[in-house]
Design a protein. Sequence first.
Lengths: 105, 132
Amino acid sequence: MTQIDVFAALSNPVRREILMRLRLGPQAAGDLAQGFDIGRPAISEHLQVLRKARLVREEPRGRERYYHLDPRPLGEVEAWIEAFSKYWKKRLAALEEVLNEEAKR
Amino acid sequence: MSEPAAIRLDHYYPHPPAAVWKALTDPELHARWWAAGDVRPIVGHRFELDMGPWGKQPCEVVAVEPERLLRYRFSVGRLDTFLDWRLAPEGEGTRLTLTHEGFDLDSPMGRQAFEGMKPGWPKVLARMECVL
């Protein structure tokens, strides 16, 4: 199975919405498709992308396929955001030093 | 997940909002704590922030409320995000809230920036830490 980058998987609003819904628990593909304006084949394609990014896993139950959220790959995104947060924290601390210096003048 | 990369931080400074405002909007002070650039609190004003190894980032001011709010587009045409600086008086000092938002993963440019920066980011950050 070709693996898809988690960033690419998250770049689509429908896929992000699917992940939000799966936070509540596993769902059948058919149930997931309800509430979207796009057809079930399109939802299936999005689910395949999410599966290749390892953000969801499939479980056959009878004639239906159920999808489970697997949040582990999101750590990659968190790390990126964390790097930014760290950068801004340093800037905010540096700002304090400048303010202190200015107050002494 | 609908906003996969909005960052919000706040910090208390024991200095009045006027002093914090000046540090955000005066190029000479601004260069001392962050980056050199012709920042001005004027809506529509365009300037560049020199972020060293990360390059010069084009910016455009979109909202100004003196001593309360400064909002500008940050890294126009590249990362394409917004920086939002909000000041609130707190006791004898100021609470500053920074929001870095608008990482648009849906736009080709936002996606490209996000993708393109990802591998290099830890290295750039490490270099920056050396410079600081």
